[in-house]
Design a protein around this ligand. Structure first.
Ligand SMILES: [Zn+2]
Length: 168
């Protein structure tokens, strides 16, 4: 069974919960359904509601710090939409902008998606040394990217529209 995405009262994504937990929150009037599965319903003795895909808390929850997505190779490919940072074609590998042999780290700001050809051509050199310009600079994942990774999904259409917007 799929998990349900939980949004803060401010529409900011917070976490995911099980479908059952989501229904309990809705029945307790602690959350409202923002998006439901089109054909799935939750039925019980006194319950018959559409299965929530996204719920939003009625009361704002203060989050002490924004959870950051941990770095991963798959995460870099998702963030960069599988586009090579050097040529824009489909990317299947991750390139270290400053190569590891020169002290470059596994961080969001030092890694970009790259096609195998460009990754091989750049080798153990910086973009300047290799004479290869970055089409865009690496960046920390957006909340939408982080949520995709948390959900284990790579498909933007799996997200509600308003969440997918800032990742376009
Ligand atoms: Zn390329």
């Amino acid at each position: 069974m799929r998990d349900t995405l939980v949004l803060n009262a401010s529409f900011e994504p917070l976490s995911t919960v099980t479908l059952n937990r989501a229904v309990v929150l809705v029945l307790q009037d602690k959350a409202v359904v923002e998006q439901a599965h089109p054909e799935l319903r939750m039925r019980g003795a006194a319950v018959d509601i559409p299965a929530p895909r996204v719920i939003r808390l009625c009361q704002y929850v203060r989050v002490p710090f924004r959870r950051r997505a941990p770095w991963s190779r798959r995460g870099v490919l998702v963030r960069d939409r599988h586009r090579c940072a050097y040529c824009g074609r489909r990317a299947t590998t991750v390139d270290h902008v400053v190569p590891r042999s020169q002290g470059g780290q596994d961080t969001w700001l030092n890694t970009v998606a790259a096609c195998a050809e460009d990754n091989h051509r750049k080798a153990d050199r910086t973009p300047e040394e290799a004479g290869m310009a970055l089409l865009r600079q690496p960046f920390e994942p957006t909340p939408a990217d982080a949520m995709l990774l948390a959900l284990g999904q790579e498909d933007l259409s799996a997200l509600p529209d308003w969440l997918a917007l800032d990742a376009a």
